[in-house]
Ligand binder design. Structure first.
Ligand code: HEM
Length: 228
């Protein structure tokens, strides 16, 4: 199942499934399908020859960055509004949002290839910052997607969560890609700034957890040395 495979923003990185696991998987599939509803509107006109392929690049790219931003913004927003029912709902379906972000990026790449039409041009283009930012961002999203299954979760253990933090790098590269390719810098800058501010709100919580962790290690060391 797609939603099983692409668990980029899995709620439980320990690999455990909640008791309503299968219900969640179905609901996530539905949310993903709803988010993907506009995709045929972008892809079908160029397939039918009604529009140039290039036209589909803007909506697919913007949809991907937008969904990626939403997926990464959910946790910090929940810190601000812990009782918000819509945010709690989004947390449950964050995986579907991530899947949709990756799916739109894949569609973006799928329309880019016929839009350019020549492999040598595509390869030469990779040397430009406006292009390699997009390629690396896509490669990172693909890596996250490839390791977002139950087997990878079990094998990577605690490292799984660390690895999946590269979603932030993928987002930053995508903002850079957008900034470099569009004449209006507005939206890329707004998305990047909003996500940075929201992530900064997590710093006190991160600091408190770190202090608690360091404190408990120090306590264990002191009591162990007393016993010696
Ligand atoms: C896979 C490698 C990628 C390639 C080769 C690529 C290529 C391109 C190209 C050529 C454009 C300009 C389109 C135009 O002039 O109309 C573009 C725009 C854009 N791309 Fe990518 N891209 C890639 C990956 C990504 C990824 C991963 C994202 C998002 C996560 C993304 C988001 C965007 C956005 C938001 C735009 C600007 C749309 C606009 O304002 O017109 N791209 N991309």
């Amino acid at each position: 199942m797609l939603q099983e495979q692409w668990a980029i923003w899995k709620i439980m990185p320990t690999g455990k499934r909640d008791s309503a696991g299968s219900i969640d998987a179905t609901a996530n599939g539905l949310v993903w399908a709803i988010l993907m509803l506009p995709a045929p509107l972008f892809a079908v006109p160029p397939i039918l020859g009604l529009q140039p392929w290039r036209v589909a690049m803007t909506p697919t790219g913007v949809a991907s960055v937008g969904l990626l931003t939403v997926a990464l913004a959910i946790s910090p927003l929940l810190l601000l509004f812990p009782r918000s029912s819509s945010l709690l709902w989004l947390v449950r379906h964050r995986r579907a949002v991530g899947v949709a972000a990756f799916s739109y990026a894949a569609l973006h790449l799928a329309v880019f290839i016929p839009a350019v039409g020549r492999l040598d041009y595509i390869l030469l283009g990779m040397a430009y910052p406006s292009m390699w930012t997009g390629w690396i961002s896509f490669a990172l999203l693909a890596l996250l997607a490839a390791t977002s299954n139950g087997l990878s979760l079990r094998r990577l253990g605690v490292w799984w969560k660390q690895l999946h933090r590269i979603a932030y790098v993928a987002a930053l590269l995508a903002y850079g890609h957008w900034l470099l390719l569009t004449s209006s810098t507005g939206w890329a800058a707004y998305c990047g700034a909003t996500l940075t501010v929201l992530q900064a709100l997590r710093l006190p919580q991160w600091y408190a957890t770190r202090r608690k962790h360091t404190g408990s290690i120090a306590e264990t060391t002191v009591s162990a040395s007393r016993r010696l």
